[in-house]
Design a protein around this ligand. Structure first.
Ligand code: NAG
Ligand code: NAG
Ligand code: NAG
Ligand code: NAG
Length: 582
């Protein structure tokens, strides 16, 4: 906040800078048509207020990425020395020249700008449609998302004065058409409908057919003793009116964690008009799953449910707003789990920029790991894997090398006790593949090369030509994701999906962070360089079997070492403790 204030001061000082002289307008971003699934329905009302974010060119994002890897790599002497807010700002803050150029242009047009990030590299302005059209030589219109009927104000093109193009990364949301977020777990009510009986102990079935906290603790060696450090918290992201119900949580804990206080609750943080109403009939399957399997596994770790409402100006269902909120919060959770995803990388041309902000976040003190299960429907996988070129005219890529997404992606396993001598098998819905946006990061390069060589040795690669061999491979790790027993609207039932795996893996990391803080050590931060290191991978159970068919193909196959179904494998808590130096 100190930084934001000083940024304000410089903005005021510079407001007296010379206005731009006569200039030509240069197209900054454009597209021929809205994204598939959207139609243009009307001109946008001239007086309607738009909230726009302006991402300014950052000073040295490549330098920040180098630092991120240094502090995240156990082999580096800088491991765990997460950067401070001020140190990160040195890499991402715009130059004085950029600030002067942009602020004099805005003040010359009587527009107030407010910085939304601590280093002032992203500004927010609120102006009517008519002024936005003039300022940016744009034609803001109403577009309708056909499937949901939701409307969005976007433009197919906008321009900037020529002298500003070198200072501005992008205006947002303008030419981005992101469909509403999805979460996919389907709740299958226990049959016959089993109403909760507090204290009943007949609920946990065998782990083969029903996953419970006790099964997962046993399988992965996860401790049941409570965490001790109140400063180390675990964040659970909530979007699209998915609400987490306390009464359902209490019922869940009463039956499935009889050893802990069944009234254990979560804290609530909201943004974009978010809320968390407690009428039991409004409980969300995803939100109930996520809170039950973080509080039920990360025993004693304070959990914060972060609920983004529908009033989100970010054009991304609150995703970017949530990242900005966390970047600005010095006591942010050390781990965030999100089970929501866009269907395909191409839905989110802004992903590159978002990843830059994630990198900013992950580099900091009180570091942050984000666990994102990718979409898991076959159709979604097909879109993700198909090597579709970047849509023409989307946001210009940031200067190379682009930061790799500072995210740990979690796939799913199942098949407990089903095959002699094999404890886990990749789930058919475990999403995996290769990115078209992000190149294979160094920490993963050997694994991806070995996996591709093995695929090549098979003679026929079912997916050949349909995925990007030089992209970042995912998932990074995996965890059980089938038949999770949960309580929704006072009813027991089961769910499956990577939506189960991500809260589980996040809970394991939160418990390790608790022990690290107790031992006076830094939390884990961005996990991947550790996970892929020789110590990290040795603490994971390699899952060698399974495939993830989709798109009328057999999908990828499980294999020894990293594979595009289960990543490096599932957690072994005891071994991870040792691996992180406890
Ligand atoms: C259980 O947790 C609730 C909510 O935090 C608290 O009010 C209550 O005192 C706790 N009960 C015990 C026995 O610790
Ligand atoms: C809870 O929601 C149901 C269904 O929408 C409604 O019938 C009921 O009145 C609500 N209860 C309360 C206390 O708001
Ligand atoms: C494949 O991935 C690389 C590395 O991220 C990228 O540069 C390239 O554009 C991608 N290819 C296609 C066809 O998208
Ligand atoms: C987990 O790691 C511990 C310690 O390294 C080891 O003894 C145990 O066999 C491992 N468990 C599994 C399931 O591999």
């Amino acid at each position: 906040m100190v930084l934001a204030t000083s940024f304000f001061a410089s903005l005021l000082l510079l407001a007296t800078a010379k206005p731009l002289g006569p200039h030509t307008m240069v197209v900054h971003e454009s597209r021929a048509a809205p994204a598939e699934g959207f139609v243009q329905s009307a001109a946008a009302p001239a007086e309607q207020e738009l909230t726009l974010r302006i991402a300014l060119k950052q000073t040295n994002i490549a330098g920040l990425q180098t630092e991120l890897y240094k502090v995240s790599d156990p082999a580096s002497k800088f491991y765990g020395q997460h950067l401070t807010l001020e140190e990160v700002a040195e890499f991402v803050k715009p130059t004085d020249e950029t600030l002067a150029a942009v602020s004099s242009w805005l003040s010359g047009n009587n527009i107030d700008a407010k910085p939304v990030t601590p280093a002032g590299d992203m500004l927010e302005i609120k102006i009517p449609v008519s002024q936005a059209n003039d300022l940016l030589s744009a034609e803001f219109s109403v577009f309708t998302h056909i499937e949901t009927g939701k409307t969005f104000i976007r433009t197919l093109q906008y321009s900037l004065p020529a002298p500003l193009t070198q200072h501005v990364e992008f205006f947002h949301p303008t030419t981005i058409f992101a469909p509403p977020l999805a979460s996919r777990p389907k709740f299958v009510a226990a049959s016959p409908a089993k109403r909760a009986t507090p204290g009943s102990d007949d609920l946990p079935g065998s782990c083969t057919s029903t996953m419970t906290p006790a099964c997962l603790q046993e399988l992965y060696g996860i401790p049941t003793t409570p965490a001790t450090q109140k400063s180390n918290t675990l964040g659970v992201a909530g979007f699209i009116d998915q609400w987490a119900n306390q009464a359902d949580l209490t019922t869940f804990l009463t039956s499935l964690r009889t050893d802990i206080n069944s009234s254990t609750t979560f804290a609530l943080e909201t943004l974009d008009g978010g809320s968390n109403p407690q009428n039991r009939s409004q409980a969300g399957v995803e939100a109930d799953l996520d809170t039950q399997y973080t509080i039920g596994i990360a025993t004693g770790v304070p959990v914060i449910f972060i609920s983004a409402g529908d009033d989100n100006p970010d054009g991304l269902n609150g995703f970017l707003d949530m990242i900005i909120l966390l970047i600005n919060d010095p006591s942010r959770p050390s781990v965030l789990t999100t089970s929501y995803s866009f269907q395909a990388e191409t839905d989110l041309p802004l992903s590159v920029a978002i990843c830059l902000y994630l990198a900013t976040c992950a580099t900091r003190t009180c570091s942050w790991a984000l666990l994102v299960p990718r979409c898991s429907s076959p159709q979604a996988m097909a879109v993700f894997r198909a090597a579709s070129p970047r849509a023409a005219g989307t946001m210009s890529p940031p200067s190379p090398p682009a930061a790799h997404c500072a995210i740990t992606s979690v796939g799913s396993t199942g098949g407990i006790n089903q095959f002699p001598g094999i404890s886990e098998v990749g789930s058919t819905f475990s999403s995996g593949g290769f990115s078209n946006y992000f190149p294979t990061p160094d920490y993963q390069a050997e694994d991806v090369a070995a996996y591709l060589a093995w695929l090549d040795s098979l003679g026929t690669i079912p997916e050949d030509g349909r995925f990007n061999r030089s992209g970042r491979g995912f998932p990074d790790v995996s965890a059980q994701g089938e038949n999770y027993e949960i309580v929704v609207d006072n009813q027991f039932g089961t769910v499956a999906g990577t939506s189960c795996s991500s809260p589980l893996f996040a809970s394991v990391i939160a418990l390790l962070n608790d022990e690290l803080v107790a031992a006076g050590k830094p939390t884990l931060g961005f996990l991947n360089p550790f996970l892929y290191s020789s110590v990290g991978r040795a603490a994971l159970n390699d899952v060698m079997f399974g495939d993830n068919p989709g798109c009328a193909t057999d999908g990828f196959f499980g294999h020894a070492g990293w594979d595009a179904v289960t990543g490096l494998g599932t957690p072994n808590y005891t071994a991870l403790r040792t691996a992180v130096g406890l």
